[in-house]
Design a binder for this molecule. Structure first.
Ligand code: F6P
Length: 526
């Protein structure tokens, strides 16, 4: 379906934004000086998340122009079409079904409830030691095989909420082709007490199917012909799973309309549910639902997802900042940057708009990051004094997941670091200040911090299933809102196909031999 929309660069709000850029940005220290209540005024709340946008480069004029842009592009309309199940994934002719999966029980379609109940039943039986393997021994371990969206979301949830796991149930994840990863995931486990979850929406992904073959060999070595009874399939393509001999009651459905990077609330979350328990998984979904509802109900000026998307648009598309660093100050969120990398870069890494024409403004930023304070000791030098301005998302958790004095003491230090880094980036340290610190003249240039480097801080009270769900859904809605501003489809990912197809030809030996391949074959020997 071709939708004709006005090229972005010809819209009045884009032109207003370009004019504001050309007038020159007001520096962050000046913005704070001219707006004494800026920190409180430029913050927004969604669910339990408090989001401080004050250290971003906008004043009222910029914000007004951005809000006008959101109106011109009808971002609220697109978010509403998404949640109400209209066909928003136009290149594939599909709705985006992920938000249907976190409706409350009363609101949910019967097939969604049926899958969720089956997941809960299996997860609860495993956790209770009541799910028996082929030899009669209880299942004590689950190994999730999947990649991309079939790995990143569930592994994030299991890792972030590790404090809710049961010591007697092991849940591990293996995503790649390298057998070293699978060997590590299986290390110390017994085939008789292990279930392998083959998590693949398409059930054609070479990494997952290869890992499944290898894991099945491992199961067979331990329990012989009963190996297939220890395999669970999570997929939209049940026939492909059945063709491998996986029994009907071992197949869990992922709706076709749910994109991999949006699929943690589907059966893709099965292994995470085993890790944290069915009730906690329900709370995660409820947290997501809270944020989904606010994304369509709040006016643009109070709408966290839309405001963050507008700031992303301002940073990336108007100001030309090519990347965004995500730095959570909580060990539990260390896998968040990888999850957001796929969510954002597969959704916004597009170059064609809904009318089939090339975009006329830059789209998706590079998303990367790492957990604070490790990140401080790895890449913050470049953030503070490098030549590129890289916006940062800081994420802080007020209360630690462990309830003891040392955990509070460490968490307070983490928060102190977060607050200090955000201010150091924004306000820097001038020549004069360095001189008063007694820095020698010839070192001044090296010691100055230019400041004026933007960041957003997201603060959550505690890392719970609900707040984690809220955080993930916030980034999802922000991504979808940004795509709507850019008039690109956030729900397809054609760009990953070419390399995959070429790899098949290379592996089959039918692709022309490059020098790289010749070298590889020479080094490989046999
Ligand atoms: O990386 C491309 C991709 O298609 C992702 O969108 C998806 O999450 C991943 O591969 C895994 O796909 P599947 O779940 O079908 O194995």
């Amino acid at each position: 379906m071709v939708v004709v929309s006005q090229p972005l660069s010809t819209t009045p709000s884009w032109q207003a934004l370009i004019k504001l850029r050309e007038t020159g940005l007001v520096r962050l220290p000046e913005l704070f000086a001219s707006e004494p209540d800026r920190a409180a005024r430029r913050a927004v709340q969604v669910g339990d998340l408090w989001i401080d946008l004050s250290r971003q480069h906008f004043d009222s004029d910029v914000l007004d122009a951005l809000v006008r842009l959101a109106e011109e592009r009808d971002v609220m309309g697109f978010l509403t079409q998404t949640i109400t199940g209209e066909v928003v994934n136009r290149t594939e002719g599909l709705p985006a079904g992920h938000q249907t999966l976190r409706l409350s029980r009363e609101e949910s379609p019967t097939d969604v409830i049926a899958t969720r109940d089956r997941m809960a039943d299996l997860a609860s039986r495993i956790r209770a030691g009541e799910e028996m393997g082929a030899t009669g021994a209880p299942i004590r371990a689950v190994v999730n095989l999947g990649i991309g969206g079939s790995h990143l979301g569930p592994s994030l949830v299991a890792d972030a909420l590790n404090h809710l796991s049961q010591p007697e149930v092991t849940v591990r994840f293996s995503s790649g082709l390298d057998t070293v990863e699978l060997s590590k995931a299986l290390h110390g486990l017994e085939p008789a007490t292990t279930l392998v979850v083959a998590c693949s929406k398409s059930f054609t992904t070479v990494e997952t199917l290869t890992a499944l073959d290898n894991a099945t060999d491992w199961l067979t070595d331990g329990i012989g012909g009963a190996a297939i009874n220890h395999v669970i399939a999570v997929t939209a393509e049940a026939d492909r799973a059945r063709a491998l001999g996986i029994a009907e009651d071992r197949i869990f459905d992922v709706p076709e309309s749910v994109g991999g990077r949006f699929s943690v609330s589907s059966a893709t979350g099965l292994s995470a549910m085993v890790a944290i328990g069915a009730d906690n998984f329900t709370e995660l979904l409820a947290g997501m639902r809270t944020v989904d509802l606010q994304a369509v109900a709040s006016p643009v000026t109070e709408n966290a997802a839309v405001l963050m998307a507008l700031i992303d648009f301002w940073n990336r598309s108007v100001l030309g900042r090519t990347s965004l660093a995500v730095v959570p100050y909580a060990h539990g969120l260390r896998l968040l940057p990888a999850h957001l990398q796929q969510l954002s870069m597969e959704s916004l890494g597009k170059r064609v708009t809904s009318n089939g024409l090339p975009t006329d403004v830059p789209t998706g930023a590079v998303i990367w990051g790492g957990s604070g304070t490790d990140a401080q000791h790895a890449f913050f030098q470049l953030l503070h004094q490098g030549t590129d301005v890289i916006p940062v998302d800081f994420i802080g958790v007020a209360r630690p997941s462990i309830d003891n004095r040392s955990a509070y003491r460490s968490n307070d230090l983490l928060m102190a670091n977060l607050a200090a880094q955000a201010d150091a980036l924004a306000f820097g340290r001038s020549n004069e200040k360095e001189t008063t610190h007694g820095v020698e003249e010839q070192l001044l240039a090296y010691r100055v911090f230019p400041g004026d480097r933007p960041s957003t801080a997201i603060l959550m009270p505690e890392l719970t299933p609900s707040t984690l769900g809220q955080l993930i859904a916030l980034y999802e809605n922000r991504t979808v809102a940004n795509a709507s501003l850019l008039d690109i489809n956030p729900f397809d990912q054609w760009g990953v196909e070419l390399g995959k197809q070429m790899a098949v030809d290379v592996a089959a030996g039918i692709a022309p031999k490059s020098e790289l391949l010749r070298r590889f074959q020479a080094l490989r020997g046999s």
